[in-house]
Write a protein that binds this ligand. Structure first.
Ligand code: FMN
Length: 200
């Protein structure tokens, strides 16, 4: 195998594509699809989303200092794509996609999307101007999950959410579990039990 050297690009794949909902005192709730998002810290819990200045949502994020990251399952995929090709400048994307706004207790303006499996309510801590994109560093101040995704022990079972991955322009389902954190060193009986649970 031999590598061919290419012009550097931000080719990190696969990534989640999420729907970021936002609103401000002046602007009705809007949704922007974001693939360049990331977990950046667990204590305090923080995520980043990177947004081009020319996006309609950019000024809403700047004005309000808050946003909601909504995870996307297969049932929301079409809406997620739509929110990534249409602008809130021209239309109400909640209405156009038949999505429902849900009040988030921890935030003033931005609603969560009721149809999504899980949301992270964020307050912006910093905005970094990187070049083509500005990075909004959000502290997660609230989180909500659909009740049916909780198992009998109150643990989140994201297998049921049918989350979608985004890889170089293509949306893909996740497929069966191939392993779990630490599976390479797990005892054989643990490995067998967990894999059965994960793929039941
Ligand atoms: C899968 C996908 C991922 C996207 N990721 C980003 C992103 O990370 N940052 C960004 O600024 N725009 C991204 N976009 C483009 C915006 O979602 C798109 O320009 C949208 O129409 C902006 O909406 P707004 O004008 O209402 O803010 C993405 C679009 C799609 C379809």
């Amino acid at each position: 195998m031999a590598f061919k050297s290419l012009t550097p690009g931000a080719m990190l794949c696969p990534v989640p594509a999420v729907m970021v909902s936002c609103a401000s005192e002046k602007d009705r709730p809007n949704i922007i699809t974001i693939a360049w998002a990331g977990t950046v810290c667990s204590q305090p819990p923080m995520v980043s989303v990177t947004v081009r200045k020319e996006r309609f949502s950019h000024h809403i994020l700047m004005d309000s200092g808050e946003f909601v990251v909504n995870l996307v399952g297969e049932g929301q995929l079409r809406a997620m794509d739509y929110c990534g090709v249409k602008s809130g400048r021209d239309e109400d994307k909640f209405a156009a996609c038949g999505l429902t706004q849900t009040k988030v207790a921890e935030l003033q303006y931005a609603p969560a999307i009721a149809e999504c499996p899980l949301y992270l309510a964020c307050k912006t801590e910093q905005v970094l101007e990187l070049g083509s994109h500005d990075l909004f560093l959000g502290r997660i101040v609230g989180m909500g999950v659909q009740e049916e995704l909780l198992d009998a022990n109150g643990r989140i079972d994201l297998q049921k959410a049918k989350l979608v991955a985004y890889s170089h322009g293509v949306y893909q389902s996740l497929g069966p579990a191939l392993g779990f954190f630490g599976y390479s060193v797990a005892a054989p009986e643990v490995l067998e039990r967990r894999m059965k649970e994960l793929n039941k």
